[in-house]
Design a protein around this ligand. Structure first.
Ligand code: NAP
Length: 282
């Protein structure tokens, strides 16, 4: 059932050009819901690091999809989320949908701020995104034919960004999702080594998984001049979130949508068919 009250006002989609936000934005537009993209390059620029950009971005907004940057687990994130929630309330926002990370105690702090906001809320707490291999940090590795990561033998139930977007859009536009915390995973856990194997099979290319230690991982990222804050975030993720604590699959997608989540194979076949892993000139 669609809300009748939210039609005239905007939904602010933060990270609206990113992995989940772009999908949320497309779905909302297709369903005829007016949206505003919340990102630094948007028509009305929005920057998590510049509070002066928040009020213009929140003008006329009824609901917000919160995809915080760089990650809810970074120091200072709860303070920013608290300030943003207060700004949203002050600007008449009614509904918040928070994208969160599984197994991150720091993200739970941010969830609690949203849950205690007094606004309608839905939490979408996700496992590691499949799209990190095609739209994120690991695309370059895949294109180079060598994916060198720590914790290669830890199973992870990679979640498809389409499923995240479907749940977020349901929460933003339908009744029945307020006060729900959906923990989203794919239907199957597979190790990073196996995931790379499935990508290689779908792409029809040789792509080797190389198990390395966290120390080697940090050294390699630093050598490639990855910014220090990104290095420490990735090191944190592989040291905590991706240590096996999140290996179990969940029923979050069926509970929210009444259908099965997409399999990692659905992802690899679609990404390969779209040519994302083709090497230039091939
Ligand atoms: N990746 C995962 O596997 C994973 C798993 C669970 C949870 N999460 C959560 O997902 C969120 C990150 O998502 P993601 O990794 O997929 O990134 P992403 O959404 O793909 O990030 C890119 C988007 O963020 C915008 N952006 C970047 N810096 C910004 C800033 N300072 N202010 C405003 N917008 C900014 C970009 O647009 P502009 O460049 O135009 O600003 C773009 O729209 C985090 O909150 C994290 O906790 C991620």
């Amino acid at each position: 059932m669609t809300n009748s009250t939210s039609h005239q006002r905007l939904t602010l989609v933060t990270g609206g050009t990113g992995k989940t936000g772009s999908r949320v934005a497309i779905r909302l537009r297709q369903a005829g819901h007016p949206i505003r993209i919340g990102s630094r390059s948007a028509e009305v620029p929005f920057d998590w690091a510049d509070r002066g950009t928040w009020t213009p971005a929140l003008f006329g907004v009824d609901a917000v999809y919160i995809a915080y940057q760089p990650d809810l687990a970074v120091p200072g994130a709860p303070e920013v989320i608290r300030a943003f929630v207060n700004a949203a309330k002050a600007n008449g926002v009614r509904k918040l949908v928070l994208l969160s990370g599984r197994g991150e105690p720091e993200a739970v702090q941010c969830e609690r701020i949203v849950q205690g906001s007094g606004l309608d809320w839905t939490i979408v707490r996700c496992s590691f995104f499949a799209q990190n291999f095609s739209e994120g940090a690991f695309l370059e590795y895949v294109l180079a034919g060598e994916v060198a990561l720590p914790n290669g033998d830890v199973p992870e139930p990679f979640v498809h960004a389409d499923d995240i977007a479907d749940v977020a859009v349901a929460a933003l536009t339908e009744d029945g999702h307020s006060g729900e915390l959906y923990e989203l995973t794919g239907p199957r856990s597979l190790t990073f080594a196996a995931a790379v194997g499935e990508i290689a099979a779908a792409a029809g290319r040789e792509i080797t998984f190389i198990p390395i230690s966290r120390t080697e991982f940090v050294a390699a990222l630093t050598e490639y001049q990855v910014p220090a804050d990104v290095v420490s975030l990735l090191d944190y993720l592989f040291g905590t979130v991706l240590d096996g604590r999140n290996s179990q699959t969940t029923d979050g997608v069926p509970r929210a949508l009444g259908r099965a989540p997409k399999d990692f194979r659905d992802y690899t076949h679609a990404a390969a068919a779209a040519g994302i892993w083709n090497i230039q000139g091939e």
